[in-house]
Design a protein around this ligand. Structure first.
Ligand code: AMP
Length: 249
């Protein structure tokens, strides 16, 4: 069974992002970029499936400009077998990404696609859902446990107030939640080995996908500045301030 993992290049989660001065987007100059944390969890899950002998091959796919090779190499260092970069300088929105992933899945004969539940830059939470609909694949989002047996995937999802367990027929799309696993660190020897693993490049045109954006960003602005807090000396003072200044009790 071939497993595809989609890995997105995003601003590192430790970076405090700044909007551009003209409000047209986020300023990416000299900003540290990383693999989206939920995608790292997806890679770990796929690699564990291969280590258990359930998956035969793990293919890491990223879509974007040339620099996304870096995130594919990270996925290869974490244990993926080979990478595919769908290279374009165009702005890619979730619908276009889902169409491109569908085309790669069909080309490769993938049985299971593991995506992150959300990218931490766009916060879209759309790609996995769109992909499953377009490709006619079963879908389980926000997975906190995944088991594959007898041609079926059993997925536990964290839902409000408890856990939901689903059985999916393959081929399927699963999106990873935070508690699915704890990703390993890439060791130095594995980082070196990853440099020799195959990484192919395709283009949207080769995959026959029109990636023209359908949604226009009108403005990106920072949240309003919060006023500095104060320290109170006693519970009495706190209650007094809540009652007479904030007027919330
Ligand atoms: P989103 O719908 O943008 O929140 O993204 C959900 C998941 O879709 C991500 O965690 C990735 O697994 C996948 N994905 C989104 N954009 C890309 C991209 N440009 N390259 C590879 N995977 C992506």
């Amino acid at each position: 069974m071939k497993v595809l993992v989609a890995v997105k290049r995003v601003v590192d989660y430790n970076v405090k992002v700044r909007p551009k001065s003209d409000g047209s987007g986020i300023d990416l100059n000299n900003v540290k970029m990383s693999i989206n944390p939920f995608c790292e969890i997806a890679v770990e899950e796929a690699v564990r499936l291969r280590e258990k002998g359930v998956a035969t091959e793990v293919i890491a796919v990223s879509l974007g400009d040339k620099s996304c090779q870096e995130q594919i190499r990270t996925a290869l260092a974490l244990g993926a077998d080979r990478g595919i970069l769908v290279e374009t300088d165009a702005e890619l929105q979730p619908l276009a990404i889902a169409k491109l992933l569908k085309a790669v899945i069909e080309r490769e004969g993938v049985q299971l696609a593991i995506l992150g539940k959300q990218s931490i830059d766009g916060d879209n939470n759309q790609t996995g859902q769109m992909l499953s609909a377009l490709a006619g694949m079963s879908q389980a989002t926000f997975a906190s446990k995944l088991e594959i047996a007898d041609g079926k995937a059993t997925v536990t999802r964290e839902v409000d107030g408890g856990l939901q367990t689903l059985e999916l027929s393959l081929p399927a799309v699963v999106t990873s939640d935070l508690r699915l696993n704890e990703p390993r660190y890439a060791s130095l020897p594995n980082i070196m080995k990853a440099k020799k693993k195959p990484l192919d490049t395709l283009t949207p045109a080769e995959l026959g996908v029109d990636v023209t954006p359908r949604v226009k960003t009108l403005k990106v602005s920072p949240p309003p500045e919060r006023k500095a807090g104060i320290k109170v000396g006693s519970v009495e003072e706190l209650v007094d301030k809540l009652r007479n200044e904030a007027k919330v009790i």
